[in-house]
Ligand binder design. Sequence first.
Ligand code: EPZ
Length: 417
Amino acid sequence: MAKLLIEGGNRLRGEVTVQGSKNSTLPILAATVVAEDESVIHNCPHLSDVDTAVKILRFLGCSATRCGTSLVVDTKSITCDHIPDSLMREMRSSIIFLGAILARCKKARLTFPGGCELGARPIDLHLDAFRRMGVTIREHHGDIICFADKGLRGANIALAFPSVGATENIIIAAVKAKGTTVITNAAREPEIEDLCTYLNACGADIRGAGEGTIVIEGVDSLHGTSHTVIPDRIVAATLMSAAAVTGSDIVLKGVVASHLGAVIPLFEEAGCDIQLSSGAMSISAPQRLKAFPMIRTTPYPGFPTDAQAPLMAVSTLAQGTTVFVENIFENRYKHAGELTRLGAKVKTEGRVAVVEGVRELYSSSLQAYDLRGSASLAVAALAAQGVTVIDTTKYLERGYEDFDGTMRSLGADVKMI
Ligand code: EPZ
């Protein structure tokens, strides 16, 4: 596995186009299974998680061919309805295929995605919803065996928590169900809207995407379409963090500012100047930032949990103290211990982290534990004196396309070895 070597101290400059959204690409690739012919999905980032989704599609008997940043998927000849444990374990969010396989095959067999670096990752909201839609589910030694001989039926589903994955899974399962499905307390993330844009272009009838209540009228069949995935708002927030922590001026192209409504004001309050113009953002950071105000992660449109780790890296060098409250996942501060190895002052207690800004960070050898935590370590290393080594890039490659190449194009001294 490759390591990442970062020599800190360089100011960044130039411009970079933000990649397509991982968390939009993955549910849309799953949803192609319900559209019974060819779809072309553009702006798909080159990521290991996307590669895993392609492997799952091929395992199911679909064809999936990459042409640059486009994926041509044909699900006409789907041959099987189960996903092997090896693939389920490769990517927790492979559970997102369950609704699609059920909608297409009326039965499915997967294994529990299991816990991951962020915590338990339960799927009770997914399974409870499918039971209400007429699916019989047997859980046996880690296997999930589902069948709905009479097909899925529409249902009223009130989510106890606005789960992104559960909302997506229910939408995908409901597009061909008999009758109407109403999801209340639905997740409102932009990736949900992007999924519904794709499915409606395939002939689905979904209203209310991006709001708390989504109504899906079941239709008889769906056809393929071509769709361009929205930009990745978390990668954009990570690049903003890289600019802020190095006192740099950079331009991000392909940014949807409205997807960063809870992020942009924080950087402005910390002293950055941010200018937005038709799909581009320029961010200009001061030599030293003021500490962010308290950051609480909440479902969209609040502050995204995935941006907590990158912004924590920025806060380690800011003037003042920043308090984080991580309300979404129970174990999402693993990067804090590694940041202290660089000289940061971070204390965590349950869901709360307190970061007291210091003047300097010093290089060290660090361990990566999860995707956004890895990004946090890389961002902090950009501003640390000396060469920092991050022990593995396997997590980073799940969500950041060509991270080292992108950072080098902005003038950072980053090598993958
Ligand atoms: C999606 O994960 C994203 N992944 C995550 O991004 C993101 O952090 C998360 O949404 C929250 O925004 C993808 O889209 C592929 P959830 P998901 O269901 O769907 C609990 C990244 O770094 N919950 O909204 O798994 C769960 O334990 C990744 O790109 C249940 O209790 O998130 C968690 O505490 C990390 N029961 C909370 O809800 C369930 O059935 C949020 O989970 C489902 C979830």
